[in-house]
Design a binder for this molecule. Sequence first.
Ligand SMILES: [Fe+2]
Length: 456
Amino acid sequence: MYSNPFLQGNYAPIFEENYFENITSIIGEIPQELNGVLYRNGPNPLFPDNLKHWFEGDGMLHMFSIANGKISYRNRWIATERFNLEREAGKMLIRGFRDPSPEEPTNISSRTTANTNIIQHGGKLLALQETACSIEMNPLDLTTKGMWDFGGQIPQMSAHPHFDAATGAMHNFAYTPGSNDLAYFIFDKDGAIKKTEGISAPFSSFLHDFFITKDYALFPVHPLTFDMKRPKQGKSILMWEPDLGSHLGILPHHGKANDVIWLSMNPCYVFHYMNAYQEGNKIILDGLKTKRANFFPDANGKIAEPGESPPELTRWTINLEQKKVTEQKLDSTPAEFPRFDERLTGLPYRHGFVAARVGSITKLGFNAIVHYDLKNNTQTIRDFGEESMVSEPVFVPRQKNSPEGDGFILAVVYVPERNASDLYILDAMNIDKEPLAIVQLTQRVPNGFHGNWYDF
Ligand SMILES: [Fe+2]
């Protein structure tokens, strides 16, 4: 048994790649409207012995294919350059950000594990990791095609692109650890690059997510700073420095670098935003705010205690005339992995969904889903039980033109009694009611990061 909490329970990796066709162990019935694939991505270290942090494991994809009420499942490691080198060597060669390895190969072109997100865009299925080159995957069998850098033009980007549902355009950004430089990208629906704009941030930070509204790109810069010189001084490469404050960069989609305005926010950290939209001369931005960055030390080497700084749904209102940002806590349930009906990306919306922790809040991971009705200020909770673990909840509309929220929530739930995972299919507007279907796998799906649904 490993002492590392990120190698215990459903954080532990699995070592089999499987394909289960036409799974019959289903409670309930899979809705006939669901015809497509749920791809999910997450860390699954091939050589866990030296693993320090959950974020560092090799990427593994999980694929649930659903058609006409039937479902099959497949999982496969992403065969990155790093994964192939380590598999050949029979050991971990590249350690993570907390403990760079002196044995690290110098001739490797990319250190990515591609373990963070999986998106379909411009006819390609791409596995993404922050500040890394995309890895193209075969959408049918999850074999790895190789690195895709958009013809040499986008050697790295974030794992959190956002999509304009009306045009299919993909917006994303990139940063280089240790540098203040950011880049903003827009791609059309076919994957052609339509814009690249370099902008300068107040300082170099761990910038996991950004957001877009109809007219603007938003770059929230929080004081979890990068300094590449720190490891040589025996310090963490990432440090929580709240005195630097949080800053929000606002750039019109078609603006130039000098059109960016930077506004001050209260210092905090946010891994993920839910959505953002414009309302008159205001921008509304919703996200999961922590008082400080978890997992990483401050200048005194102190890391937040479990439960000290839980992520809570927060709304920032940006007054573009007064150039002021105000914030309002919307809920105090510890939560992460916000999703919504993404046909409304960048637009006014009503329904949001998160993975949440109910019961003992000092435990790692999430055991509930919360549906927020942001119009009526109500919430609905589905509690899977103290020891269960639930993934990010992915919303799938019932039909292409269904009204907002009319559809399904798909989430993977670890069931400790069976030491296996279930795919839950819930009615999105009634997540606390009887599930529409529970698909029982005979293996675990380790706690992962992000996934997306694509219709056939
Ligand atoms: Fe993320």
